[in-house]
Design a protein around this ligand. Structure first.
Ligand code: RFL
Ligand code: PHB
Length: 390
């Protein structure tokens, strides 16, 4: 098999890239390790920045997003038993965010691709990317139990942090910057309407808690838990009791309901620098991870895919590799900005295992600044709503 751009991974990054290339007449093939049902059901992100929602609309994937997405103009910060609303439009020149689950973004992009898009092969795990430093890179993958090859002009590594693309990077050419946080998130999906129309983030002494949602009828909630936590050690009652304590505020009641899913994920930051090796370009989680506290992972993945698509389209139309040559630098500026914001959000709201009274006072001082019309509050809102895409 031959193509122009071989795309590894059918997450938000790979699917958006395929859509944009297809619309511009650049040939590509997407190889995905898992089956369609698995990819469409994987519970992940929930929040789209305005810029990311606009990218999806512009490529024709905005119909359901506009019908079913929940537009949010602010969120609540809770600490010391009180709620403080952060208003986004008034501090960001009118920008908002949308709650629209990653599962739905992925379903919409897959549906478009299966109607008129380039080939998307499910259950086709890539085992290696070879000759990335040559003009003819090669992808080795398995299909129906047989090993096959896809010859490409470029390879787009959109296969997450455990994919084959990362394994193809020589350690002496590419650096991996990394932080692992001393806590994880226990996430639940609950069959109960959210107790608040907006997101609620609590910076409690016992640890972080978040009330989010998937639809007006289904809630998504998170609790900070120690690393190594087994979700089975947390009964439904224990989860609701702890959420009650951490999210408590005067005059507010957390509604309980059946828990549909429970999982634990560790919080980590990673950046691969540069995001390119030869003719292998990385996008999304393959290039960087952020702790979920800042809700930036899917948004960064979509922004990378747009930047990469522009590079390939320019190269395809003009023969110039100018944009591709600046791909990594252009993305990394946004990536490091998001890393900084997510790190700030994480340390602002989580309680480290060795935290003492001094650390707590530092957190409370930082939190109080965000509840007044300060420059810190404006910068926080700007970052949360997302920086405009260039
Ligand atoms: P994905 O979505 O992981 O897709 C990668 C795809 O590659 C496939 N793959 C392979 N395919 C072929 N061959 C191989 N060898 C392969 N290896 C892997 C995988 O099966 C998969 O289909 O990466 P992508 O596209 O870069 O998208 C990144 C996002 O998924 C991720 O950053 C976000 O989910 C992070 N995130 C959030 N991001 C936000 O923007 N807003 C949020 O509100 C938000 N909340 C979250 C989050 C992540 C969380 N977890 C689970 C850590 C909340 C949580 C709890
Ligand atoms: C989510 O809805 O999954 C979500 C929202 C905001 C975050 C993280 C996750 O910061």
């Amino acid at each position: 098999m031959r193509t122009t751009v071989g795309i590894i991974g059918a997450g938000p990054a790979g699917l958006l890239l395929a859509r944009l290339l297809h619309q511009a007449g650049v040939e590509c093939v997407v190889l995905e390790a898992r089956d369609r049902a698995y990819v469409e059901r994987r519970q992940r992100a929930g929040l789209l920045e305005q810029g990311a929602a606009d990218i999806l609309r512009d490529c024709g994937a905005g119909d359901r997003l506009d019908r079913e997405g929940l537009l949010h103009r602010g969120f609540e910060l809770r600490f010391e038993g009180r709620s403080h609303r952060v208003d986004l439009p008034s501090m960001t020149g009118g920008r908002t965010v949308t709650i629209y689950p990653q599962t739905e973004v992925v379903k919409d992009l897959i549906a478009l691709q299966l109607v008129d898009g380039p080939p998307l092969l499910f259950e086709a795990p890539v085992i290696a990317v070879e000759k990335a430093d040559s003009e003819q890179p090669l992808i080795r993958f398995v299909r129906d139990g047989r090993e096959q090859t896809l010859e490409c002009e470029f390879v787009a590594g959109c296969d997450g942090s455990y994919g084959a693309s990362r394994r193809a990077l020589p350690a002496d050419e590419v650096r991996l910057h990394e932080r692992t946080y001393p806590y994880s998130w226990l996430g639940i999906l609950a069959d109960v309407p959210p107790s608040c129309d907006e997101l609620v983030m609590a910076g409690h002494e016992r640890g972080f808690a978040l009330q989010s949602m998937r639809t007006p009828a289904v809630s998504r909630l998170y609790l900070q838990v120690p690393n190594g936590t087994d979700p089975n050690d947390w009964s439904d009652d224990r989860i609701w009791d702890e959420l009650d304590v951490r999210l408590a505020a005067d005059g507010w009641t957390l509604q309980r309901g059946p828990i549909l899913a429970k999982s634990v994920s560790t919080l980590r930051s990673q950046v691969v620098e540069p995001m390119r090796y030869g003719r292998l370009l990385l996008a999304g989680d393959a290039a960087h991870l952020v702790p979920p506290s800042g809700a930036k992972g899917m948004n960064l993945a979509l922004a990378d895919a747009l930047t990469m698509a522009r590079g390939f389209i320019h190269w395809h139309g003009s023969g110039s590799s100018d944009l591709l040559d600046h791909y990594s630098d252009n993305c990394l500026r946004r990536v490091w900005q998001a890393q900084h914001f997510c790190h700030e959000m994480t340390t602002l709201l989580h309680t480290a295992p060795d935290a003492d009274g001094y650390d707590r006072q530092m957190q409370l001082t930082r939190l109080r600044r965000l509840t007044r019309p300060t420059a810190a509050a404006a910068e926080f809102a700007e970052n949360y709503a997302g920086l405009p895409l260039i």
